[in-house]
Design a protein around this ligand. Structure first.
Ligand code: HEC
Length: 153
């Protein structure tokens, strides 16, 4: 009787250990899964240190341009907003050159399309039509989102 109790206790002990082990495995698996979702799967542009700084400062100017456009719109200054869109987001020769400096055709095409949408935004703002302007702003910002989801430095 005592012997069989010991056997049962040992069995429970082994099952318990197995359960603990399985739980540990699961956690391990989950944290591994977590690592996978944390991985940056975007295409790297493999930029030099100098190009990285240049691109980031350019990007910070893009956000500032968007903020400035929204600010002017809120004050009904559509002409000023239009000017910012054309000169700072539009396809100026400088932006054309900047976008062509990358060794990635898809990135260049996306960059050029983005700057063209900046000019469309400038045209929409010029009409002083709020809805048309917001629609154009939405389109331009879709490019920000799409490119950031696809590429990294
Ligand atoms: C054609 C591609 C492309 C477009 C379009 C684009 N960006 Fe970027 N942007 C990048 C890349 C690449 C980075 C670097 C991201 C990384 O390596 O994680 C970046 C980084 C940034 C950063 C980080 C700057 C810093 O100093 O850390 C900001 C802010 C930013 N972009 C704003 C914008 C805004 C706002 C727009 C649209 C108005 C925009 N970008 C459109 C490619 C793009």
């Amino acid at each position: 009787m005592k012997r069989s109790l010991i056997a049962v206790a040992a069995f429970i002990g082994i099952v318990g250990l197995n359960v603990a082990f399985a739980a540990d495995e699961k956690m391990h698996h989950e944290s591994h899964h977590h690592d996978m979702s944390m991985m940056d799967t975007r295409t790297s542009l493999e930029l030099s240190a100098e190009m990285k700084q240049h691109q980031l400062s350019n990007m910070r100017e893009h956000v500032e341009a968007i903020r400035s456009i929204i600010g002017f719109m809120s004050e009904n200054k559509f002409e000023d907003a239009s000017k910012v869109a054309h000169t700072r987001l539009g396809l100026t020769p400088e932006m054309q050159k900047m976008c062509s400096m990358f060794n990635n055709e898809k990135f260049t095409a996306l960059g050029i399309a983005f700057h063209k949408s900046g000019d469309d935004l400038g045209d929409a703002l010029h009409t002083k039509d709020v809805n048309a302007s917001l629609h154009a702003l939405d389109k331009t910002m879709q490019y920000c989102v799409e490119c950031h989801a696809t590429f990294r430095q």
